[in-house]
Structure formats: structure tokens, C-alpha cells
Design a protein around this ligand. Structure first.
Ligand SMILES: Cc1cc2nc3c(=O)[nH]c(=O)nc-3n(C[C@H](O)[C@H](O)[C@H](O)COP(=O)(O)OP(=O)(O)OC[C@H]3O[C@@H](n4cnc5c(N)ncnc54)[C@H](O)[C@@H]3O)c2cc1C
Length: 399
């Protein structure tokens, strides 16, 4: 039987996240207006600790590592609720995608090292895949890990790494066999990738901030790795077989990003509806009575529920332990549906508020950037369509 009823656990997590986010919202609004990154970082640390204390960071972490094991579905609901109050953070995405990968692919030692502090709110994680010449085509990364006895020596460069300044460690994607050698050996293109958990304070790591427009709650960095020594025990999964571990991380990333888009949309829609109920322009009728305003908002409500359902289905697929290609199908579809919907929803909210939407004081216009970024990351719209065309419909690849 298909049952859409939320469990008591789901309801509790939704309420706890929503209440917590509501308490944080006024402080967050002030920081948003001040544009002070130092204050935003302090705020994140405080909020993170609070989320840990409430058990919100332990949803996908088993009890034996300090979590509550309520599943990615609960994590998705928590992300939605936080974003729906305007206090979401991309660090939730980066940390939880790493956790998902550790859970499914890491050694017992690594699980014990990283999962309990994340669940307690004492640790944040970054994810480092993208390089200047390898974004959509991630297999072309060049960061190289060379084995030297019991350590690996890692050299290379990563770009756009979210939260590198506030993370304690990162899940780093490297190559132990180059792309060219992989091709020469006739191996699949994902062969040769190797993943490591790397301490951000490791000797040989330096970083520089990239000024990025409109991505609230986290900064992006270029990370330079110069002969960074990483113990072999930090390897996640198997050497050269990191493709498997990688998709155990990228699928949850897409699902949590979809949940974020749903939450942002919920926030934009509520703000628009509240405004439309009280703003009067002609006579005594609020603008919400005009169908040119009312119908687009009604459409948003409908589209939002559809995107939410697809996101829940993707989270369900991950919680069921379905194989990564099957989870990927739903994760990609959820991500594209939710991010397309978020753009429309935010645009309609802007339309509803008229000129006031562009006043920073109203806290609406920054949502446009957030929603637009989610069209391109963590996987671009075009690459989702490529995936669905090729792997769901079985159509030939053009590139
Ligand atoms: C705010 C922000 C935060 C980020 N955080 C992280 C992070 O924490 N960790 C990390 O590793 N990366 C991160 N990224 C990187 C992000 O994942 C990449 O930017 C994204 O995957 C796209 O890669 P690219 O920018 O190199 O674009 P490209 O791959 O150069 O693509 C450029 C354009 O061409 C299109 N395109 C490419 N190939 C095809 C094709 N085959 N068919 C049709 N169209 C195609 C793309 O869709 C895109 O529109 C972040 C980026 C941003 C902007």
C-alpha cells in the first residue's frame, strides 16, 4: 500500500526544525542586511551546535554513532523546514552528502571518527570535486594521489568549494590512475577515482576565497593541495573504485538540494501570500483578490507539492538502499523539478511585492540568486536532462 501519512517522528522533526529556525530567523535577517561574513560564520557555528543538540544532524546516522537513524526522508524534511523559515545553509548539503558516503563506503574507523561529532553538531564537512577544467565532466579531474608506503601524497587544485573556511574536513575526490591511463587500459571512465577524508588543516593546503554573488550562508574557495600527506587509513572505499563511493554522495546531495529548493519556495510563497492579503492598491480590495496575482500563487502551491512529492520519493529510494543508478534517477528528477519550480515561485513572489521586492530590507530579492544557483548546481539542468535522456529513456549520447 502507498501511504502518504507522515509518521509521528516526521512530525516531531518538522516541528522541532521549524521552531528552531523561527527562533533564528530575526538574527539571520539582521546578518543578511549587514552582509558581514564574520557575523554569518559565528551565526552558522551557533546554529549548527543548536541543530546538533536537537538531534537534527543525526537523521541519517545510526544510533551507535550518536545519530537517530530516522533516514534521509527526515533529513529532507528538516532541510525544507529550515529553508522555509529563510535560515537554510548549504553546509547541511555538503556535510550530509559526505556522511551518506561514509555510511555506505567507509571503514569502521572512519565512521567512528567522523559520524559522532557531526551528529553532535561539533563538526562540519566540505566536499571537493570540481576543478578549473572539470565541472560537469568530473571524470576529467587531475588532482593526483600517489601512494608512498602508508600515506598518499596529494597534489592538485579544487575550485568552488563551499564552506572550506568553516569545515573541519573534506571529502576529497582524486585520481590514482589518470584519465588518460584509464582510457589506455580500456577501463570505464569512472575508474581511477579515489576518495579521501582530508583534514582542512593538513600541511600543504592553502585556500583563497572566490567572491560569489548571492549564495547565502556559505562562501566558496579555491583549494590548493601541494604534496599533502594523507594516511592510507583516510581512504574512503577502494583505491581506483571511487566512482561507486562518489555516487553514494552525489545522489543524496541532489536530494537535499531539491529539499532546499522546496523550502526556499515555501518561504517565498508564504511571504507573497501574506503580502497579497494586506496590500491594497485600488479601493479596499487586497491585491490577492486579483487573479493576475492569485492564480500564479495558486500554481506555485500546486507545483511546490509536486516537487516535494518527487523529492520524498528520491529520499525514500535512498532510504530503501536501492542501487545508486536507481536512486540517481529519482534524485536527478527531483533536483530539476524542484529547482525549476523554485525559480518560478520566487519570480511570482517578486511580482507580488512589486517594487518593494527589490528593496533589500524586504528580504525577497536575494532568494532569486539562491533559486537560480540551484538550476546550475550541484548538477546543471542540462546534465540532468542528459542523464534522463540516456539512462532513463535509453537514448544515445551526443557528447
Ligand atoms: C555557489 C557554488 C557552490 C559550489 N559548491 C561546490 C562544492 O562545494 N564542491 C564542488 O566540488 N563543487 C562545487 N561547485 C561547483 C559546481 O558543482 C559546478 O559549477 C557545476 O557542476 C558545473 O560545472 P562548471 O561550472 O565547470 O560548468 P561546465 O561544466 O563548464 O558547464 C558550463 C555549461 O555547459 C553546460 N554543459 C556542460 N556539458 C554539457 C553537455 N554534455 N550537454 C549540455 N550542456 C552541457 C552546463 O550545463 C553549463 O550550463 C559549486 C559551484 C557554485 C557556483
Amino acid at each position: 500500500m502507498i501511504d502518504f501519512t507522515l509518521t509521528e517522528e516526521h512530525k516531531m522533526v518538522k516541528k522541532a526544525s521549524s521552531d528552531f529556525a523561527k527562533r533564528l530567523a530575526p538574527q539571520r535577517d539582521k546578518i543578511l542586511l549587514s552582509k558581514d561574513h564574520r557575523q554569518a560564520t559565528d551565526f552558522l557555528k551557533e546554529a549548527w551546535k543548536g541543530m546538533g543538540e536537537l538531534g537534527l544532524l543525526g537523521c541519517i546516522i545510526p544510533e551507535k554513532y550518536g545519530g537517530n537513524n530516522t533516514g534521509l526522508m527526515t533529513m529532507v524534511m528538516m532541510t525544507e523546514e529550515m529553508s522555509a523559515q529563510g535560515v537554510g545553509t548549504p553546509i547541511i548539503v555538503t556535510t550530509m552528502m559526505d556522511v551518506a558516503c561514509l555510511l555506505r563506503c567507509a571503514s569502521e574507523g572512519l565512521k567512528q571518527k567522523y559520524l559522532p561529532p557531526v551528529a553532535a553538531g561539533d563538526m562540519r564537512l566540505a566536499f571537493a570535486l570540481t576543478e578549473p577544467d572539470a565541472g560537469s565532466n568530473a571524470v576529467k579531474i587531475k588532482t593526483e594521489a600517489k601512494k608512498d608506503g602508508n600515506i598518499y601524497r596529494i597534489t592538485g587544485q579544487k575550485i568552488f568549494i563551499t564552506g572550506a573556511d568553516v569545515a573541519d574536513a573534506m571529502l576529497l575526490v582524486t585520481r590514482t590512475t589518470s584519465y588518460e591511463d584509464t582510457a589506455k587500459q580500456g577501463k570505464p571512465r569512472f575508474y581511477g577515482l579515489t576518495l579521501f577524508m582530508v583534514d582542512m588543516k593538513s600541511k600543504g593546503i592553502t585556500m583563497s576565497k572566490i567572491p560569489i554573488h548571492g549564495f547565502e550562508g556559505a562562501q566558496q574557495y579555491v583549494i590548493y593541495l601541494d604534496n599533502v600527506e594523507v594516511p592510507a587509513s583516510q581512504l574512503v572505499g577502494q583505491e581506483n573504485m571511487g566512482g561507486i563511493a562518489l555516487f553514494n554522495s552525489l545522489n543524496p546531495e541532489r536530494i537535499i538540494a531539491a529539499a532546499d529548493a522546496v523550502g526556499i519556495s515555501e518561504y517565498a510563497l508564504h511571504r507573497a501570500v501574506d503580502y497579497a492579503k494586506q496590500r491594497k492598491v485600488f479601493k479596499d480590495t487586497p491585491i490577492g483578490a486579483y487573479q493576475a496575482i492569485q492564480h500564479p500563487l495558486a500554481e506555485s502551491r500546486i507545483e511546490l507539492e509536486a516537487a516535494r512529492l518527487l523529492t520524498y520519493k528520491a529520499a525514500w529510494a535512498w532510504d530503501q538502499g536501492l542501487p545508486p543508478p536507481e536512486v540517481g534517477k529519482w534524485a536527478n528528477m527531483a533536483k530539476i523539478t524542484a529547482s525549476d519550480m523554485a525559480l518560478k515561485c520566487v519570480d511570482r513572489a517578486i511580482e507580488t511585492l512589486g517594487g518593494y521586492a527589490f528593496s533589500e530590507e524586504y528580504g525577497i530579492i536575494h532568494l532569486w540568486d539562491m533559486a537560480r544557483i540551484l538550476k546550475t548546481i550541484p548538477v546543471s539542468r542540462e546534465n540532468v536532462l542528459n542523464f534522463v535522456g540516456e539512462h532513463v529513456l535509453g537514448l544515445p549520447k551526443s557528447y
